[in-house]
Every structure is written in C-alpha cells, then in structure tokens.
Design a protein around this ligand. Structure first.
Ligand SMILES: NC(=O)c1ccc[n+]([C@@H]2O[C@H](COP(=O)([O-])OP(=O)(O)OC[C@H]3O[C@@H](n4cnc5c(N)ncnc54)[C@H](O)[C@@H]3O)[C@@H](O)[C@H]2O)c1
Length: 349
C-alpha cells in the first residue's frame, strides 16, 4: 500500500465533527489530517485537540491553511456557499478533493467548479452517502436482479418536522431553496441510482407556505422523466406534521412490471406481487450487509481512486448530473415550465 495520504480538512464543527470523530478514524492506516480550518475558534480547538494537531496546523481562514500546509487532498465539510472558495484553492495547488454535497449553492458556482476541476485534471468526488446504506443496497440489488421485472415509475418521499426554527441547523432556515439545496439533492441522486438512468426532464414546484421556520423554500413536489423512460415523483417537506420520512428513513416505492418494491421508515425492503386470481405474495428481503456503509464507503472509494483504483460512482463527472437536477428543479419552479436537465448538464469546457 502507498504512503498515508495527507488531508487538509475544511470544517471542524457540525458534520465535520462527525467526519473527524466517526468516519475518518476507520481509515487511519491510509490517511491522516495534517491541517484543520474553521472560522469558529471553539470547534477548531475541540476537533484540533481530538486530533492532537499542534496550534500551527489549526487555521481560521482557508487561504492561510492552503499556503502553509502540504497535503495530498482536501476534504470540504462546510456550508455550500463556501465550497467554491475551497475548491478553487485546492485546484490552484493541484490537490484532489473530497467534498460534501451539494457541489455548491448555485448552478453558476457548480459550473465554475466543474470547469476548474476538469480543466486542472484533479480528482474530485462528491459525497452521496445514501447510495451506500443497507436499505438502499438491498432495494437496488432486487432491482438489478429483476425480482419483479423492469421498473416503470418511482415515488420518493422525504418528510421531516423542522417547524421549529433551527431544528435543521441554523443556516438551512435562512438560505434560498433550502429543501432542494440541502435535502433533495440526496433524493434526486437516489432517483438516478434506483432508476439506473440520468434525468432528462423535470417539472414541479418548490415553495414555502409562509411558515416562519424558513426564509427560503422548504416544500417540494417534482415530476421527472429519466433517460431510460422510467418516470419519478419526488415529495419533500420540512414542515411534516404527520408521517415522518426523515434522514435514513426516506420512503421509496418502485412500481415494476410484475410487482412493487418498497422501503419505508421501518427500514424493511418489501416485495409485493399480485400473482393472479386475487392472490398476493409479500416478502421481506434479507438486508444486504456491506463491509462499509454510507460515508465510510465514500471515503474508501476516494482513497482507492487516489491509489490508482477506478473512478467512484459519485465523482464530479457524474455528480454534476444530480446538481443539474437540483438547479433544473429551481428553474422549473421559477418558470412554471418543464426543464431539459440533460441539456443543462452538458457543460462545455
Ligand atoms: N451527507 C450527509 O449526510 C450530510 C449531513 C449533514 C451535512 N452535510 C453537508 O455538510 C456540509 C456542512 O454542513 P453542516 O451541517 O456541518 O454545517 P455547519 O453550519 O454546522 O458548518 C460546519 C462547520 O463549518 C464551519 N465553517 C463555516 N464556514 C466556513 C469556512 N468558510 N471555512 C471553514 N469552516 C467554515 C462552521 O463554523 C462549522 O464548524 C454541507 O455541505 C452539508 O450539506 C452532509
């Protein structure tokens, strides 16, 4: 195995605290954090102490960190509006990048990032951890095996009770397109994963029914057609007052030619078939148990890629198509039209 990869870590609190304490420790034989950046002193010192990083490796601005630290890659776990700044600094130094979703907070920033990364030839992977959960791997396996035939259409639902301001982390209650930018990008990516195709067309709405918990849009209903003609519908709400399908408990129902596959908040993947004469067969599928799941699978794929392995499924070249769905949905809602996502994702270098 090659030498340990050195990581410059952008973000020390919030989700970054989870990366530092729970995800990266699974790979201490392959990588180490050699520099840490956060604009807030408290999380910087708490995570810096946890890592045993000396004071001169802790930074309160990214420019000084990139100037001072030699690293092989940079990990970005900061809010979406500051992703571009970090990506550009990494690209300038030819550093590879592992970034939390979404690529950025606007389509213009996503395109700038895409052009810069592709132009420089550095590697960039975007975190789509939900593809690698046991429940989704189980559902995907049944689909790939054709358990109930070809998929016809998919229903996806995310519903969380964030009616109290701050319940979803402060910044999400203040930004525009909150549900789409911070939430639906996961679910749109999942619809690509489950359907096995990229999105061609999207139409629908995002809105806020004047709820004081959010400044931006926090509800969404979108309908889409994928490149293989599978259709999908997405329902998302941050104001769910009843049945919850919160993080890791989203609802997916895949209607196939011979039956239906579902997963709901109880995490069980079920197959239901009408076998004729009114008979119904229902089976609970054995969960797939991966060695690594979620973020850890993403990190493993990234480190393998840096070591000469294959390009991961959620590399920037692929993930730009999930970002195009997200910002295509914003356009669709603003214009009341059906948006050509495939054309949007075809970025000229
Ligand atoms: N994949 C997932 O399951 C998942 C879950 C939660 C969050 N996220 C993503 O992680 C990212 C961070 O989200 P969060 O909830 O941790 O946000 P957060 O607001 O808690 O911020 C994380 C940390 O970044 C720091 N920070 C802010 N601006 C910075 C800058 N310019 N430079 C350095 N540090 C800065 C903050 O002080 C904070 O300590 C977002 O992109 C979000 O979408 C992903």
């Amino acid at each position: 195995m090659s030498a340990k990869k050195r990581c410059l870590m952008m973000g020390a609190g919030g989700m970054a605290g989870g990366w530092i304490r729970r995800f990266f420790p699974n790979f201490t034989d392959r990588m180490e954090i050699v520099g840490l950046v956060d604009i807030k002193r408290e999380p910087l010192d708490a995570s810096g102490d946890f890592l045993g990083l000396p004071a001169e490796r802790r930074f309160m601005d990214s420019q000084s960190a990139f100037d001072a630290v030699e690293a092989d890659f940079c990990t970005i776990v900061t809010p979406p509006d500051v992703h571009k700044e970090a990506v550009m600094l990494a690209v300038d130094r030819g550093m590879d990048i592992l970034s939390e979703k979404p690529i950025a907070d606007t389509w213009e920033a996503c395109v700038d990032i895409y052009r810069a990364v592709m132009g420089a030839g550095v590697k960039m992977q975007v975190v789509q951890n939900y593809r690698y959960e046991s429940r989704i791997l189980t559902l995907k396996k049944a689909l790939d095996e054709g358990r109930v035939g070809r998929p016809n259409y998919i229903m996806g639902r995310f519903a969380a009770d964030y009616r109290k301001r701050g319940a979803w982390g402060a910044f999400r209650h203040e930004i525009p397109h909150a549900l789409l930018v911070e939430g639906a990008v996961h679910h749109f990516d999942q619809l690509r994963n489950l359907s096995g195709a990229d999105c061609q067309l999207i139409t629908g709405w995002e809105w806020n029914p004047d709820h004081p918990s959010f400044d931006g849009e926090c509800c969404a209903l979108f309908s889409m057609r994928m490149a293989n003609d599978v259709k999908a519908v997405y329902e998302g709400s941050c104001l769910a007052a009843g049945w919850q399908n919160n993080w890791h408990r989203e609802y997916y129902r895949v209607e196939c030619e011979n039956g239906v596959l579902t997963v709901d908040k109880d995490d069980i993947v079920r197959v239901l078939e009408h076998t004729g004469g009114g008979a119904v067969r229902m089976e609970e599928l054995q969960p797939v148990k991966p060695e690594w799941a979620g973020h850890s699978q993403i990190i493993k794929d990234f480190l393998d890629w840096l070591d000469g392995g294959p390009e991961p499924a959620t590399a920037l070249s692929d993930n730009i198509k999930s970002a195009a769905m997200l910002f295509g949905a914003v356009d669709a809602s603003e214009t009341g039209r059906c948006v050509d996502v495939a054309a949007k994702a075809a970025i000229e270098s």
